[in-house]
Design a binder for this molecule. Sequence first.
Ligand SMILES: [Zn+2]
Length: 208
Amino acid sequence: MGIRVEVTTDRRFGTNSYLIEDDRTHDAVVIDANLEPDLVIALARERGANVRAILLTHTDLDHIAGLHELLEAFGEIPVAVHDAEREVVAEGKPLRREFGPIATKIDGVSSLVEGESYRAGSLEFEVLHTPGHSPGGVTLKIDGYLFTGDALFAGSIGRSDFANSDGPALIEGIRSKLLSQGDEMIVHSGHGPATTIGRERRMNPFLT
Ligand SMILES: [Zn+2]
């Protein structure tokens, strides 16, 4: 199975939305819904991708802002999120005490469960719970790729200064679930460029 990964980035927060497509079947998912959903919608149309689900690494505003537009474009496909942050997308409950509520109410929310796989058409993702930046932060693994959201970045890690953050849990999750992966695993983060697990294990100043 050949997996194709493309990234779009919004100009306001520099948040990445990914299109992951099975080259053979053209089944696809979008990971995270940044503030310029039109970019990933255009990309999916251009490629003739059949987007089967939207997967969320977590529910900070810049990762879910484009949800309604994505659902309008792709139809009523499932939106998958960890149960710890389900109410944010299902009921518009604020993720952060520091910020106000978000006008998001999505039907058809499904669960990303640690240690289980999530299937969308011909694509199958492994779910790794990597909390700490937020309680329901997950990393999604498929083939040689890890989509780490705001847990791990090239040369950095996610913020853990929010009321519901947990710095030690963030580091522990990165060490046990991500740095334990092979050197050659490609890391696609919620912000910034791609990197590899090998590079981060050697060079990331927050982890060495
Ligand atoms: Zn973010």
